[in-house]
Design a protein around this ligand. Structure first.
Ligand SMILES: O=C(O)CCC(=O)C(=O)O
Length: 331
């Protein structure tokens, strides 16, 4: 006879336990701020990495092309943000796989978690900022389970360009962005009135037509944060940032994305959008029946116990008429 399958987290001393209120807040409002989730030492390591990155990249900023339709292209070429340091650097991998960030992620979208993406933001004076957008139009997961974790590496506020969110907008579908292939998140013919939007992520609300949907909501709210605070945000949430308008402060942050490890992930940062990018995604928690990668710098991850993963789990009809997942040992 089989046994009931109940996912079980691995025990750790400093595990962050998410409260039911936090879980409800995240799913109702589309975001959750966990103050002081990371220690000073954790932040110091990531802050130093941000500094090394900044000091190693001293090319003069390229002037933004005012006719450009894609503000992100300018940002990447200006090195305002650097993608996927976690594939190149041990400290960046530790940040992406930080156990306390994963504790929260596991409770919100797990128990099985892939770590997909990392971005180091530097945002020097006068630069940075990303207009209204929804993250699932950039990183596609099917089922759509993406979540972002925005880690403050220093004080961030309205002056140096903190994030702004539209509470409750996580219940919206993904508005297909015309210029990047229509989003490709929902089936194209599933909605009767889901119209394409133009220039998502553009800083100018006049050309970024997602701003018209944002205008249906009460005013967006800024999210000021201190080093070690982490903002978890749903991938359908409308959010944006403004350029850093201080003359002398940076806005350093480390932003990572995760999804449930039973999602199919056609996305891979290196441009691959084919039949599966799963084999490049790090299994950070739990287990998966799909392919996955391991950490390359030896960062410890707390996966399901070996003996649990050798079970085969099937939905079975029980005597009481209910369908239940049942694990059976492989012979
Ligand atoms: O931090 C920022 O300025 C923008 C980050 C963002 O919007 C994202 O990661 O989706």
């Amino acid at each position: 006879m089989g046994k009931f399958y109940t996912p079980k987290s691995r025990e750790r001393n400093n595990r962050y336990l998410v409260s039911v209120d936090e879980y409800k807040h995240y799913h109702r409002e589309g975001y959750l701020i966990v103050r002081g989730l990371l220690s000073n030492e954790d932040i110091e390591e990531l802050y130093e990495l941000a500094e090394e990155t900044r000091l190693g990249k001293k090319e003069p900023a390229k002037k933004q092309d005012p006719a450009s339709k894609d503000p992100l292209k300018d940002e990447f070429s200006d090195l305002t943000r650097i993608h996927m340091l976690s594939r190149l650097n041990a400290a960046a991998e530790r940040g992406l796989l930080h156990p306390r960030v994963l504790d929260v992620t596991e409770a919100l979208i797990g128990p099985d978690v892939y770590a997909l993406q990392s971005m180091m933001f530097l945002n020097p004076p006068g630069r940075g900022g990303q207009g209204w957008h929804q993250d699932s139009c950039y990183i596609k997961t099917h089922p759509d389970t993406l979540v972002g974790a925005w880690i403050a590496l220093e004080e961030v506020d309205e002056e140096n360009g903190c994030l702004w969110v539209v509470p409750g907008s996580n219940h919206e579908p993904i508005y297909p962005p015309q210029e990047i292939g229509g989003g490709n998140v929902h089936a194209l013919d599933a909605f009767q009135d889901l119209n394409a939007v133009h220039n998502v992520s553009h800083l100018d609300d006049e050309v970024n037509t997602l701003s018209k949907v944002v205008a249906n909501y009460p005013p967006p709210i800024p999210v000021p944060m201190s080093p070690g605070d982490v903002l978890f945000f749903h991938s359908h949430l409308f959010h944006r940032s403004f350029p850093n308008r201080t003359p002398d402060r940076y806005r350093r942050s480390y932003v990572c994305h995760y999804c449930n490890a039973n999602s199919w992930v056609p996305w891979d940062h290196d441009g691959y959008e084919g039949d599966s990018g799963n084999y490049r995604q790090i299994l950070a928690r739990g287990r998966t029946h799909l392919s996955y990668a391991g950490p390359v710098f030896g960062t410890e991850v707390f996966l399901a116990e070996e003996n649990a993963s050798s079970d085969s789990v099937r939905m079975m009809g029980m005597d009481n008429g209910m369908m239940m997942p049942v694990a059976q040992k492989k012979e």
